[in-house]
Design a protein around this ligand. Structure first.
Ligand code: SF4
Ligand code: SF4
Length: 478
């Protein structure tokens, strides 16, 4: 193909792009953005990361043993996670988990900007799904704009009604799925069908349904602008070394349209042909050629758009690409991630949090024993000359069934456990308290405070569970 022929072919492609470009302009918030949807590498990655949210919808139906695999049982103040029961006293692990995720967000932002917003955030993911459905039902952006302006007739009502019903269905499913994590998925459906679901659950479903419908269907990117605090604070986490979707102004400028019949060798402008495709696909209506802006959620869709244009006009891809400002300014290779002290500090704290969580999970017993020594009085001298101490045993049963428990104790010679010969029924998911007395002949006490160990043994029928707790036996001073 001669240079003239190939330039004629490109010209028609470019003419199409320019014919379309007058539709695309910056979002100032006063109208709905109808972003163009195209394929590409980043679009595929976005779908893949968004599919993580399928877990939100299907997770509550997964079972572990005879219970929902993950159930946040707020009324009984218990979290059941894959066979483990976490009670309020174990909630320090929740703090470590929150710390871990907060730092993960900070590390991700320091390294790759608002990668959470662009690829994982429920607001952007739900909005993406809602606009994808809008695209299917109402057509590409020009058709959608035309439909918005068209008078209300049967066709418009039919299309709009279908769209809103589908949106509403997703919103209701979002509300139900959210509540299912706390209520139990199967019980929730049963109670919904038998109209026995409680007011709190019903109100929560209603709130989430309305929230999803309004935020993803109407507010869309405006929720990121006006409601999201993370959009505000990310500015302090990003620096010049952060790798973000960036327009290469060295290559692109001076931008200029390809003139009719112009050969590639005759062009005096930069690689940006000012087709505005990067704005067309942007879900927030940002023109990335103006540099980093608050509205950019870093979804990288403009990279796909520009790469496609570069392919069509026969120029190298990457005019918009993931790059740091430092690398772009200095035209040097960016500093490797492991040379940034901030990343090491974050990673150190995250590792410590992970170790803490792992140790905590490892120390979770199905039966837990706590021992409280009575303070008033510390000991009692019995008529037979022995010394008696009083203890309150608190047995925490994290299982789903009641367990019969026996108590024993080891300590000073001649130790006698009083009021502990009968089995204690440790109630499931609860703390069962029992007062016991320990007597020791005075002559066997060689010190004021003698070590003492209580042990409980629970028999589940299939398994014998034990738990021990150190305490002290107090006698008169010698
Ligand atoms: S940056 Fe790329 S997509 Fe955007 S206007 Fe320039 S050539 Fe078109
Ligand atoms: S400018 Fe690019 S990366 Fe930023 S939101 Fe728009 S399409 Fe996504």
């Amino acid at each position: 193909m001669s240079e003239q022929q190939s330039s004629r072919g490109q010209q028609s492609v470019v003419d199409d792009l320019y014919a379309e470009s007058h539709h695309w302009h910056l979002n100032t918030g006063e109208e709905t953005i109808h972003a163009k949807r195209i394929g590409g590498k980043w679009r595929k990655i976005r779908w893949a990361t968004a599919s993580f949210w399928l877990l939100f919808f299907f997770g509550p139906y997964l079972q572990w043993g005879d219970r929902q695999a993950i159930l946040f049982d707020i009324p009984n103040r218990q979290f059941h996670i894959l066979g483990m029961t976490i009670l309020p006293q174990d909630f320090w692990m929740l703090s470590l988990t929150l710390l871990f995720f907060a730092l993960l967000l900070a590390v991700a932002t320091a390294m790759a900007g608002r990668v959470f917003c662009g690829f994982f955030c429920f607001q952007t993911v739900w909005t993406d799904v809602f606009t994808w459905l809008e695209n299917i039902l109402e057509g590409a952006p020009p058709k959608r704009r035309k439909l918005d302006k068209a008078p209300l007739d049967f066709n418009k009502i039919r299309i709009k009604l279908t769209k809103h019903l589908v949106w509403l269905l997703i919103s209701v499913m979002t509300g139900i799925s959210f509540v299912a994590w706390f209520y139990g998925a199967f019980e929730l459906w049963a109670d919904l069908f038998s109209l026995q679901v409680g007011t709190v659950a019903l109100a929560t479903i209603g709130l989430f349904t309305a929230g999803t419908y309004v935020l993803a269907g109407y507010m869309r990117e405006q929720a990121c602008f006006w409601l999201c605090p993370y959009a505000r604070i990310q500015g302090v986490m990003i620096d010049k070394t952060t790798v973000v979707p960036t327009y290469d102004f060295h290559r692109g400028e001076p931008r200029g349209r390809i003139k009719k019949g112009e050969k590639a060798s005759e062009r005096t402008t930069g690689d940006c042909i000012d087709c505005k495709q990067c704005i067309a696909v942007c879900p927030t209506g940002v023109d990335i050629r103006h540099g980093q802006q608050e509205g950019c959620i870093m979804c990288a869709l403009c990279i796909d758009a520009c790469d496609e244009v570069m392919d069509k006009v026969g120029r190298p891809k990457g005019l918009i690409r993931y790059e740091s400002y430092e690398a772009l300014e200095t035209q040097q290779k960016p500093k490797p991630i492991w040379l940034r002290p901030r990343v090491w500090v974050y990673t150190g704290i995250m590792t410590a949090a992970l170790i803490g969580i792992a140790l905590g999970l490892n120390s979770l017993d199905a039966l837990e024993l706590k021992v409280i020594h009575a303070r008033q009085p510390l000991f009692v001298l019995q008529s037979d000359g022995s010394i008696q101490n009083k203890y309150t045993l608190k047995i925490l049963n994290k299982m789903t069934e009641d367990v019969p428990v026996t108590v024993s104790a080891t300590g000073p010679e001649g130790l006698l456990l009083v009021d502990a010969d009968q089995e204690i029924t440790a109630r499931n998911g609860k703390v069962t308290a029992r007062t016991v007395f320990v007597r020791v002949p005075r002559e066997n006490l060689v010190q004021e405070n003698s070590p003492l160990v209580f042990r409980i043994e629970g028999n589940t029928g299939n398994d014998v569970l034990t738990s021990e707790r150190k305490s002290v036996f107090i006698g008169p001073s010698r």
